[in-house]
Structure formats: C-alpha cells, structure tokens
Design a binder for this molecule. Structure first.
Ligand code: HEM
Length: 145
C-alpha cells in the first residue's frame, strides 16, 4: 500500500478508537454523577439525547475499526500473532455486550421510573464494556511494539 494511504488508514483507526474509548470514559464520569442528574429531572432529556447520539457515533467507529483494522492487519502486518488473536477475541466478546447494552438494556433503563434493576444493569454492563475496551487498547499497543 502507498505510505500516505497507510498513514491515513492508521489515522482513521486510532481516531475511531479515541472516539469510542473517550466517549465511554466520559459516560463513566457521568455515571459517577448520576445521582445528581436524577435529582434534577430537567437534566434527564439532555443525558438521553447524548446517549442516543453517542450510540450512533460509537457504531460508526466500530464499523471503521473493523474495516481499517483488517486492512492494516493483512496488508501491512501479514496476519495474526498472539496479541492480535487476544485483541480480536476480546473485541468479538465485546460486540454482543455492546448490542445488549445499546439496544436492549439501556433503552429499558431510560424508561424506568424510578431508576431500578435495568438502571443498575446498564451501569454494570457499561463499566464491563469500558474495562474490555481498555484491555483491547493494551493489546493494540503491545501488538505494534
Ligand atoms: C476487528 C478489529 C480490529 C482489528 C483487526 C485491528 C487491527 C489493528 C492493527 C493491524 C493495528 C496496527 C496498526 C498499524 O499498522 O500500525 C491496530 C492498531 C491499533 N488499534 Fe486496532 N484493530 C481492531 C479493533 C480495535 C479496537 C476495537 C480498538 C480500540 C477501541 C483498537 C485500537 C487500536 C489502537 C489504539 C491502535 C494503535 C496502537 C499503536 O499504534 O500503538 N483496535 N489495530
């Protein structure tokens, strides 16, 4: 692949990872101040709107990560090694969890009044997702070094 194209694909890959991980970290911070958000009901619609926008953005970044990741893996690196097998396995484990969180549990939690079982489950799954993402980040860095 031409050098410029390779750099561009790496740039898109890392930018997508930043967006997804960064968004999750931001939501983690929100989670810590959730009690305040629910004490002031005027904040809830804004929080939900942010959640819906991030759901779209994060799926776009997942799509870009898969495309750019596999192009780089086969065109630049020539295939898998152990770190990449662990990274992609973690990613394959994370995807169904993200689907569960984004399309089933979080929408139920948003309708729960007052916040209860689904709210706690959403927080738990979101934190587990973030933890797995941080592991993926570790194996990504290890892979290229
Ligand atoms: C199907 C999924 C994925 C594949 C096949 C894949 C593949 C790759 C490859 C081949 C590289 C090396 C790039 C280079 O040529 O320098 C890379 C780097 C990287 N990947 Fe992925 N990736 C995937 C998903 C992810 C995910 C989900 C994340 C995190 C959210 C991620 C974060 C990163 C980061 C941060 C780097 C840069 C590491 C560094 O330069 O130190 N990747 N990935």
């Amino acid at each position: 692949m031409p050098e410029m194209l390779t750099l561009f694909i790496i740039y898109v890959h890392i930018l997508s990872a930043f967006y997804w991980i960064g968004g999750n970290l931001l939501f983690f911070s929100f989670g810590l101040s959730m009690r305040h958000i629910f004490k002031d009901p005027s904040l809830i619609p804004g929080f939900r709107a942010l959640g819906k926008t991030f759901r779209i953005g994060s799926w776009i970044s997942v799509f870009l990560l898969i495309i750019t990741g596999f192009v780089l893996l086969f065109k630049r690196w020539g295939g898998f090694n152990t770190d990449m097998i662990i990274k992609v396995s973690l990613f394959l484990f994370l995807l169904p969890l993200k689907i569960l969180h984004d399309f089933f549990i979080a929408p139920k939690a948003a309708k729960e009044e007052p916040p209860g079982f689904y709210f706690k489950l959403t927080l738990f799954i979101a934190r587990l997702n973030l933890f797995i993402l941080l592991l993926i980040l570790y194996f990504s860095i290890k892979f290229v070094r």
